[in-house]
Write a protein that binds this ligand. Structure first.
Ligand code: PEP
Length: 249
């Protein structure tokens, strides 16, 4: 099975940079080893879609409103994203949980709205350094998953991907170890088993994200129970990102 690799551009890339990036990426991405989803900022989505049209590269959004439509100034709805050809959306990234104070209750509502509108949700979970140092990693992941996925039907989980992103590893250069990642994947699948089914726990795609680079990607993405990766900083370097997605096994 191919790995799923998701690029999170965060609030980076001007339109001229997006243009150069996608022209190069589309012409050099083989699509043999990995499926790729790239998540630019909202304003760059239509351009990115245009530049990837007819290719196997999928476009994701970095956020979505929990509301369907109406007087929600500054928000972008799931239906709008869908209309622009977006297939995936990141929900619950730690930037949003911490810097924008998003609660698990809000994340749960965003997931339900996104699913209702036909988007696939990449739900990010992970512990802080303080949680890790006090050995609360697994309780934190469990609580996030139970609250974020509360009330979902089992068949909806087919459109949900879980990204294990320890906060202390994001953008810090300190990636988790293979053991950390394998243990987290086990816990994630256990929570899915207990709250949904054995099939769901086996089938759900689990990604790892946090300081993936050209040296560490292979063991991390081949950790037991891991189906791919979520890559931030490195994904902005088109050559490095191409190297990973074209060579990962
Ligand atoms: C992220 O922002 O989701 C991420 C994994 O970033 P980085 O790869 O830079 O740690």
């Amino acid at each position: 099975m191919k790995k799923l690799i998701v690029a999170n551009f965060k609030m980076n890339e001007q339109p001229n940079e997006v243009k150069q990036y996608f022209i190069k990426f589309v012409s050099q991405f083989t699509g043999v080893r990995a499926d790729v989803v790239i998540c630019p900022t909202f304003v760059n989505i239509p351009f990115a879609r245009f530049l990837t049209d007819g290719s196997v590269v999928k476009i994701g959004a970095q956020n979505v409103s929990d509301e369907e439509q109406g007087a929600f100034t500054g928000e972008v709805s799931a239906k709008m994203l869908k209309a622009y050809g977006v297939e995936y959306v990141l929900i619950g990234h730690s930037d949003r949980r911490i810097k924008f104070k998003e609660s698990d209750k809000l994340i749960n509502k965003k997931i339900k709205t996104a699913l209702k509108n036909g988007l696939k949700c990449i739900v990010c979970v992970g512990e802080s350094l303080a949680d890790r140092n006090t050995e609360q990693t697994y309780e934190v992941i469990r609580k996030q998953l139970e609250e974020d996925l509360r009330g979902l039907y089992e068949n909806e989980l087919e459109s949900v991907i879980i990204a294990y992103e320890p906060i202390w590893a994001i953008g810090t250069g300190n990636n988790a170890s293979v053991k950390d990642v394998e243990n987290a994947a086990k816990v994630i699948r256990k929570v899915i088993l207990e709250n949904f089914s054995e099939k769901a726990s086996r089938d759900i795609q689990v990604l790892y994200g946090g300081s993936i680079n050209e040296k560490n990607y292979s063991p991390l993405l081949n950790s037991a129970g891991i189906d791919g990766g979520l890559i931030g900083g490195l994904s902005l370097n088109v050559n490095a990102f191409l190297n990973i997605v074209n060579s990962v096994k």
